[in-house]
Structures are given as structure tokens and as C-alpha cells.
Ligand binder design. Structure first.
Ligand code: GCO
Ligand code: MG
Length: 410
């Protein structure tokens, strides 16, 4: 090992340009820096502490080039395996080390992952509305911005507030699930109303925008398997690109039931953290798209493992790209998306413009597709001075209760 590539420091950076982000910066003896996204929405400080108190001291002095070995050291060496806090922390280290390696190679990261398999990465944007007219307006906005695929969510008549729907009439940055507050906001839930409404929503959007526009929808873990099977069947005439997180899929076997009843493509995985969480889902062909993110699934190393396993079974990628994935996490996803063969689609929810004051990223969006850019490494830099202007503020994801008061999956 050359002394210059030893890790000199690992700093945890917290900033809140419109929302909270936790970022890890690793610096080598020679002063080469790498960034990793360590943001776990609504539980940010737990990962910050995990990194600061337990991981950073272990990293100092290690060779920054030894990515796989460091991954194994942090995964096996903790004894306590898996879980979102651990895997987000490991992800941050892993992505920062890939950033460093690619910078040292003088190449954009995707070159180290095998090079580009495509010219650009198809992304989907978010459309939502408090009623169907507002949803149509929102779809129109996304199309005007250049999106070729759109996720549709709308308020369900009879339910006060619901996941995925903006509190403002239109606008891309108007929906941010995490609310800055010391207590979680409570939303309402009624599955029967939802199941009756969603096919009507698809019908109205298909009538307005035709059959060709790829449409996606997020069920956000709120259905039982038989309810999900019902919805999947009801949506078949509208040919959704996918139905996302139809059930709380940590019960992987439950998806057998859904699958027996519907050919609607299924996407699952934004709350999963390792390849083990996908083992049955992939091996039994129970899903069509892996929804995980590099930021929560052990980084480039962890997510690549999932994608390569998925490729054996014809399952494609569909990485999580909500606003709680920082530009660093987004860049990591885009480099992987560009390189792998079994890419499907990438979520691009678009950050508030304030985020670009702290994170300067090389990635671009045009004509429905994104590209990570050709800067060496990830192509993202962190502006410390700007970050200092946005202090951390406690924020929580909402919780949901059924109409009788019972806690439900949000
Ligand atoms: C999505 C997600 C997000 C999550 C958020 C939680 O598909 O974009 O479901 O909206 O709710 O990332 O932190
Ligand atoms: Mg989702």
C-alpha cells in the first residue's frame, strides 16, 4: 500500500437545505476526498452517531483502495448484521471509497463498474393531485419538463390526507414526506376507499394521456396480500409500468399470493437493505423490479450484489430516488444504472433548488433520461460554507391511522 491512499479522516457532515442530509466525507493522506450519502429519513442522527462513534475510528489508517475488504469488515465485524442504520452507514463508507478510487483512476465511477451499457438512464417523475384534474395538471407539468414516465398518486375521496399527495396545488418540490416538527404528523387511512379509487384514477389518466405513457403507482406497503392481488388485477387493463410496494414485503412469501392473481408488474425494495431481503422475491420471480437504493443497501457494493442476483432471474433495477436520497446517493445510483445490463428505470423526484447550494452535482436530465456526467469519481462536491447555513432540524415521516384509530402502515 502506498502511504498516500491511507484514510486520514472520516467526517460526518449534517446539513438541512430544505430537508436533512447526512453525508460522510473520507479523506486520504494525499488529500483525495470521497463522499457517501448516510441519510436515513426521519432517523438521521442514528446513522450519524453510528458513523461518528463506531465506524470513523476504525477507518483511520486503512487503505482506501480496499473497498470489498472494508465492506466485509464493517458488515461481519459488527457482529450485528443488516438493518437500515447499519446498512446506511456501510453504504456511506462504500460509496465514499468508490468515489475516491474513481478519482484516483481519473475516471467517472461508471467506468470502473464496467463502463456504460446505455447512453442515458430512463427516469420517472412524480405527479400528484388533490383531485383528478389537479393530477392531470401535474402529469402535464412533468411531461412539459421532459419526463417520459410518470408516477401517479392522488388524494382518495373521503380520506383526509394521504401518502404521496402534495399539500400545494402543483409544483415539483411541493411534496416532501418528512415534516420538520418534533412530532410525526398523523394521516388517515381506509384501504377499501383506496382500492375502489385507484382503478378510476388510472382510467382517467389513460383517457387523458393515452395508452403509451408509462405510468407507475406506489402502494407504500399498505395492502394485505389479497388486497394487493385485487388491485393488481383491477389495474391490468391500464397496463401500469409497475405497482410499487403493494405489501409490507419483509414477508417475502406473501408475494406468492399476489403473483398468483395478477400480471401487473411489481416493484419492491426501498426499505430493504441486503440481498437476503430479496432472496425469495427474486429466486421465485415474485417481483419484476428491485426498488432498493445504493444509500440504504450497503452502497455500490451491496446494491450491485442485489442487481447481479436479480439479473440471473430476469428481474430489473428500479432504484429509489426520492428527495431523501441526497445528490451523492443519486449520483451513486446513476453510475450503477448506466453500467448494469438489467437496468429498468430510475426514480427522479427532484430536489428543492436549495439542495444544489450545498451539493454541486455533475448529473444532468434531458429528454426523459439522466446521465451521471463524466467528472472523475461520483461527480458531486460538497460546499461546507453553504452547508453551514442550513442547520439540522428534527423531522419525522408521517404516521397513518385507520379510521378507527388503529396504527397502519404509512
Ligand atoms: C418513493 C418513496 C418515498 C418514501 C420516502 C421515505 O417511492 O419515492 O416511497 O416517497 O416515502 O423515501 O423516506
Ligand atoms: Mg416508494
Amino acid at each position: 500500500m502506498t502511504a498516500g491512499t491511507r484514510i486520514r479522516s472520516a467526517e460526518v457532515l449534517i446539513s438541512s437545505p430544505s430537508r436533512n442530509f447526512v453525508t460522510l466525507r473520507i479523506t486520504t493522506e494525499d488529500g483525495v476526498t470521497g463522499l457517501g450519502d448516510a441519510t436515513l429519513n426521519g432517523r438521521e442522527l442514528s446513522v450519524a452517531s453510528y458513523l461518528q462513534d463506531h465506524v470513523a475510528p476504525l477507518l483511520v489508517g486503512l487503505d482506501a483502495h480496499r473497498i470489498e475488504d472494508t465492506w466485509q469488515l464493517l458488515y461481519r465485524g459488527a457482529y450485528w448484521r443488516r438493518g437500515p442504520v447499519t446498512m446506511t452507514a456501510i453504504a456511506a463508507v462504500d460509496v465514499a471509497l468508490w468515489d475516491i478510487k474513481a478519482k484516483l483512476a481519473g475516471m467517472p465511477l461508471h467506468q470502473l463498474l464496467g463502463g456504460a451499457s446505455r447512453d442515458g438512464v430512463l427516469v420517472y417523475g412524480h405527479a400528484s393531485g388533490r383531485d383528478l384534474d389537479a393530477l392531470h395538471d401535474s402529469v402535464r407539468e412533468r411531461i412539459a419538463e421532459g419526463f417520459h414516465a410518470v408516477r401517479i398518486q392522488a388524494a382518495v375521496p373521503g380520506i383526509r390526507t394521504v401518502y404521496g399527495v402534495s399539500s400545494k396545488p402543483t409544483g415539483r418540490s411541493s411534496y416532501e414526506p418528512a415534516q420538520r416538527a418534533t412530532l410525526a404528523v398523523e394521516t388517515e387511512w381506509d384501504t377499501d376507499r383506496y382500492l375502489r379509487f385507484v382503478p378510476d384514477m388510472f382510467d382517467s389518466v389513460r383517457q387523458e394521456f393515452g395508452v403509451e405513457l408509462p405510468l407507475l403507482h406506489d402502494g407504500h406497503h399498505r395492502m394485505t396480500p389479497i388486497q394487493a392481488a385485487r388491485l393488481g388485477k383491477d389495474l391490468e387493463p391500464y397496463r401500469p409500468f409497475w405497482l410499487e410496494d403493494c405489501t409490507p414485503a419483509e414477508n417475502q412469501e406473501a408475494l406468492r399470493l399476489v403473483r398468483q392473481h395478477t400480471t401487473t408488474p411489481l416493484a419492491i425494495g426501498e426499505v430493504m437493505n441486503t440481498v437476503w431481503d430479496f432472496q425469495t422475491l427474486i429466486r421465485e420471480h415474485l417481483i419484476d423490479f428491485v426498488r432498493a437504493s445504493a444509500a440504504h443497501t450497503g452502497g455500490i457494493t451491496g446494491l450491485r450484489r442485489v442487481f447481479d442476483y436479480a439479473a440471473l432471474y430476469g428481474v430489473r433495477s428500479g432504484s429509489h430516488g426520492a428527495t431523501d436520497i441526497s445528490p451523492v446517493g443519486m449520483a451513486a445510483a446513476l453510475h450503477l444504472d448506466l453500467a448494469i445490463n438489467n437496468f429498468g428505470i430510475q426514480e427522479y423526484m427532484q430536489h428543492d433548488p436549495l439542495v444544489a447550494e450545498v451539493f454541486h452535482s455533475a448529473y444532468t436530465f434531458a429528454d426523459g433520461c439522466m446521465h451521471p456526467g463524466d467528472d472523475p469519481g461520483l461527480g458531486v462536491t460538497y460546499d461546507d460554507a453553504a452547508a453551514d447555513r442550513f442547520a439540522y432540524e428534527p423531522a419525522y415521516l408521517p404516521v397513518a391511522r385507520r379510521v378507527d384509530g388503529t396504527v397502519h402502515d404509512w
